[in-house]
Design a protein around this ligand. Structure first.
Ligand SMILES: Nc1ncnc2c1ncn2[C@@H]1O[C@H](COP(=O)(O)OP(=O)(O)OP(=O)(O)O)[C@@H](O)[C@H]1O
Length: 354
């Protein structure tokens, strides 16, 4: 029997290493593929990519599998980073991981892997794919605390059909234990944090290199100036730290941006009504099943990654735009972030908050 070939995205981290190990144990022909998505002058200082490649190669060695490296930094700049900058310039707070999955990991990477004769690709994401009557569903991971379906909601049928998530039913501690027992050198490597291309770079300095910095006033909704901001792009809705305004009363939070006047709108107290929304509109919708689910049913939605599912209905779904109405108001709904819709454990898709 010809063994099925799986190309595993190996990042040099414990998750993708265990994904490769499990697939090998299941009898697949496993090949690792390491991607480099970012190149920069100060890479040596802030980027762990070189060490990650070394780690991925030593894991491949232990597993006795082949590994290749591929450079998608051009594709990343064109399809992810340019959009990331445009969003910041427009006053929104984008989520590059969502776009990286849709455009790089499950597009450029997938195409490359298919060219290498892959039957499937696999990653160490915590999520699950389920086939029901020839259709593919994206499900939350068994380990709810690690579930990454939020970042994967833009995947479509063609992409899911070709994807395996070997860690979908495992808990993180089990994954580390499997890695330790198998003698994988990365079993206790710390999890990656933050946006991949920024790494440990100081964010303000990094963004300031690409976008003009325009300081302006911080104002209350009534127009009273209470401070100065260093550039609207450096702030996000709900932000409390780094505002540099104190004084009497409750802490200050960012509640909005007035782009036309280059003013940052700030309010006092977490319970300020401007920080709570029971409705939002979203654009650029993407549905896992290819079309919108029925309107007015009760779904659950996340407006940010680390958030409990909030009961909601969706309505006014047109070409790529919808209204999401929540049963209870949501805090700090942020333009540019994704709203992701679930029906129980099934991720249906979502869009970009306007
Ligand atoms: N540089 C890379 N090269 C190849 N695959 C990658 C790379 N970065 C991420 N991936 C794939 O995407 C998955 C999810 O990426 P994420 O950045 O969330 O990593 P993670 O959860 O820290 O996983 P890991 O422990 O494998 O690094 C990884 O498990 C891996 O399969």
């Amino acid at each position: 029997m010809v063994r099925k070939r799986v190309i595993v995205g190996m990042s040099g981290g414990v998750d993708s290493s265990v994904a490769a190990l499990l697939l090998k144990e299941q009898g697949f022909e496993v090949v690792g593929l390491f991607m480099k998505n970012w190149e920069d002058d100060d890479d040596e200082q802030y980027c762990t990519s070189r060490q990650d490649l070394v780690d991925a190669v030593s894991v491949a060695d232990v597993l006795g599998i082949e590994i290749e490296a591929v450079n998608f930094s051009k594709e990343y700049k064109a399809r992810v980073f340019s959009h990331f900058l445009a969003e910041y310039q427009a006053g929104r707070t984008p989520n590059p991981d969502v776009l990286c999955n849709a455009e790089i990991k499950f597009k450029a990477f997938l195409d490359h892997a298919l060219g290498m004769g892959a039957d499937w690709i696999a990653t160490g994401h915590y999520a699950q794919v389920r086939e029901v009557d020839g259709r593919y569903q994206l499900l939350k991971a068994e380990d709810g605390t690690k579930d990454q379906s939020y970042f994967l909601y833009r995947l479509n049928q063609d992409q899911l059909k070709k994807t395996l998530f070997p860690l979908g039913k495992l808990y993180k501690r089990e994954v580390r234990e499997i890695a330790r027992k198998a003698g994988l050198p990365v079993h206790d490597k710390r999890d990656s944090t933050g946006i991949c291309f920024i790494g440990e770079r100081p964010f303000r300095e990094f963004l300031g290199r690409y976008l003009p910095q325009q300081p302006g006033p911080m104002e209350t909704p009534e127009g009273k100036v209470v401070g100065r901001h260093v550039g609207l792009m450096f702030y996000t809705i709900g932000q409390r730290h780094g505002l540099g305004i104190g004084g009497p009363g409750e802490p200050w939070y960012v509640a909005g941006k007035d782009l036309a006047r280059n003013a940052l709108i700030v309010v006092q107290g977490r319970d300020h009504p401007l920080l709570w929304r029971d409705e939002l509109t979203c654009a650029d919708l993407s549905w896992v099943g290819g079309s919108a689910p029925p309107c007015h049913w009760v779904y659950a939605a996340k407006t940010r990654y680390r958030q409990a599912d909030a009961p909601c209905t969706i309505s006014a779904v047109t070409e790529g735009r919808a209204t999401v109405r929540f049963a209870a108001p949501q805090w700090a709904v942020t333009p540019g972030q994704s709203v992701v819709i679930y029906e129980s454990r099934v991720c249906l898709g979502g869009g970009i908050i306007e």
